[in-house]
Design a protein around this ligand. Sequence first.
Ligand code: C2E
Ligand code: MG
Ligand code: MG
Ligand code: MG
Length: 278
Amino acid sequence: RAKAEGGSVAHGFEAAMDSWARSRRRRETDLHEAFARGELTLAYQPVLGVRSREILGFEALLRWQHSVEGAIPPSDFVPLAEETGLIVPIGAWVLRQACAEASLWADPIRVAVNLSPVQFRDPGLVATVREALALSGLAPQRLELEVTESVLLAASEANVATLHALRQLGVRIAMDDFGTGYCSLSYLQRFPFDTIKIDRSFVNRLGDDPHSTAIVRAVIGLGASLGIVTVAEGVETEAQFAHLRAEGCGEVQGYLFGRPAPAAEARRLIRREPDLAA
Ligand code: C2E
Ligand code: MG
Ligand code: MG
Ligand code: MG
């Protein structure tokens, strides 16, 4: 009896694994085809100066509109692209596309591009960034590359060297999602970042949770003393914005100022900018 039950549990498990593997393989093929067919797009979300409330730049964010399943969030398909290595060609496309788009914007409006740690395993990364700049004619200081703490995990001397090589091109380097890793402060010692992006999980508890409020204050203070620009991510309310302004945060990004939107919308926002600052 026990044996029979065990057998059926194992069988159920196998069936579940099977269907999981099948749907994963389908997604994988779909992503590959979507990329080949040009169905991946970029959305652009504005980043504003706290004092001026002017647009200083946009973050480029990948979008996948699946023909059957609808919009698939990057939190679902970026990990898949990372596991399959597809993030390398996709990431190269993102860089070229974002630089080409930003070259149409008023100087000095910047574009920020997210880099996956997997892209750092590609020996062609620095050349890819150089080419994206050359093809678009975008001034390097108008490109910011966002990396997460995982790029700087222990024993990643090669990644630190790559960051220095990227910086040599004249681009800016940002630490994304600051505070969510295990040892955030030590990472600031490993590489001299231009920008720290304070993670949304701290920003959306500003004012409510004394710990988050204290952490945000400390990070802004740290940025000020190290000469690093601080950007608060995920600002959704005027109260959060008022808090950040009072603490001296440099830049803000969030639904309060604009959601990620197609390139055409970003261009409209730039043209309407005097309006927005008023
Ligand atoms: P991220 O780089 O931290 O991007 C910010 C995320 O916060 C975006 O989610 C954005 O839509 C969201 N966000 C911005 N403001 C608000 C707000 O006020 N409220 C809320 N609730 N959310 C806000 P998204 O577009 O879903 O992207 C998620 C993550 O996927 C990104 O986090 C990034 O890690 C990754 N990702 C997106 N595009 C790329 C890409 O081109 N390459 C790589 N490697 N990763 C990407
Ligand atoms: Mg980012
Ligand atoms: Mg982030
Ligand atoms: Mg994030």
